[in-house]
Design a protein around this ligand. Structure first.
Ligand SMILES: [Zn+2]
Length: 351
């Protein structure tokens, strides 16, 4: 992903100039706008909404998650069957493979791990091996796609990238970016593969999201661009009702702002679902921008939402640093992220 927060800074400066505020006031305004994504906008969001399942337990889970408290995941019964402990184990396994940039030995181990897990959960999978031309040369990549059939041909697509940023100067294991979202998708696959709903559910594991040199239109999102192009060729792209992307979903002090380029109706649905479950203190009503794999589908007119905690001021100061390690991940946060994805799929199955 790449940042659009900087825009706010220049916006802040313009506002200050327009209001003839002093340079100091402008700086203060800038800092205020920047931190908005982290801190909660206002008090009524702090007290959470009514929960469909067990409001007390869920709200307690939500509160603990945001305070980075006890490491136990809430019981799967309170998170729709989603098991945060299992998801955490998937994070630990990936991190243990070490840095997993595209084309590396460790990413091949990760691919085997993902495929073995999916097979053991009875999932039908397709693998697309392709070569990507990157600024550091041609790299072999692999997209993995789970296909769960439905009564009709329309598709609810879920997705994550599973590669980690290539850094030669540090050991970057990407516990949050990208092991957390990969773990959430593996646990969702365990729950969904045995089911058969009104619509098909596909779960994509994208290779090559990270830039090899510097993020740009051509040096990023290799896997999701490849899959979107293939789906356009096969005609499947027009069957996708909704694309739900997860990225950086496991940090201890988890907060999701509304991603600005995402499809509003889908963001509204997901945020309303989170509020119904008692997580409105985590899925908050501030906004922030991120370039990510959802762009590959938005460009092809697919309704898409990126659920990403990209607040580098408060939640993920360790982004793209050697500090993105296992101790930064909370099983509780994984469970809450997974619960909202699961419940949103259920909501989409009713439409
Ligand atoms: Zn990422």
């Amino acid at each position: 992903m790449d940042l659009r927060a900087d825009l706010r800074c220049s916006l802040g400066m313009w506002v200050a100039a327009a209001w003839k505020l002093s340079a100091h006031a402008a700086l203060f305004l800038c800092a205020g706008l920047f931190s908005l994504t982290g801190c909660k906008a206002n008090s009524d969001q702090m007290n959470g909404g009514a929960a469909a399942g067990n409001p007390a337990a869920v709200s307690a889970a939500a509160t603990n998650a945001t305070q980075g408290g006890a490491e136990d995941a809430p019981s799967p019964q309170s998170t729709g069957g989603f098991d945060g402990k299992l998801a955490f184990e998937h994070v630990a396994k990936q991190v243990a493979f070490g840095p997993r940039p595209s084309g590396s030995q460790a990413i091949a181990q990760t691919q085997d791990y993902i495929l073995t897990q999916l097979k053991s959960d009875g999932c039908t999978t397709e693998v697309d091996s392709f070569n990507a031309d990157t600024p550091i040369g041609r790299l072999p990549m692999k997209n993995i796609l789970v296909k769960i059939t439905g009564d009709d041909s329309s598709i609810i697509l879920l997705g994550t990238h599973y590669d980690t940023l290539l850094r030669k100067d540090i050991t970057f294991v990407g516990a949050d970016d990208s092991a957390s979202s990969t773990a959430v998708m593996l646990e969702l696959a365990r729950l969904l593969c045995g089911n058969h709903g009104k619509h098909a559910v596909w779960i994509a594991f994208f290779d090559g999201e990270e830039a090899m040199k510097a993020w740009s239109e051509t040096d990023s999102r290799y896997g999701s661009r490849q899959m979107a192009a293939r789906m356009a060729g096969s005609g499947d792209i027009s069957k996708i009702k909704a694309f739900l992307l997860a990225d950086m979903v496991g940090s201890r002090s988890l907060h999701f702002a509304r991603e600005e380029s995402s499809t509003k109706s889908l963001v509204d649905l997901m945020w309303a679902t989170a509020a119904k479950l008692g997580y409105s203190q985590i899925f908050v009503n501030t906004s922030s921008g991120a370039e990510d794999d959802h762009d590959s589908f938005l460009k092809r007119k697919v309704p898409s939402v990126d659920v990403i905690d990209f607040d580098r001021e408060q939640d993920v100061p360790f982004w793209h640093t050697a500090d993105d390690t296992l101790d930064k991940i909370s099983p509780r946060s994984l469970a809450i992220s997974g619960h909202v994805f699961l419940e949103t799929v259920n909501e989409l199955q009713k439409k």
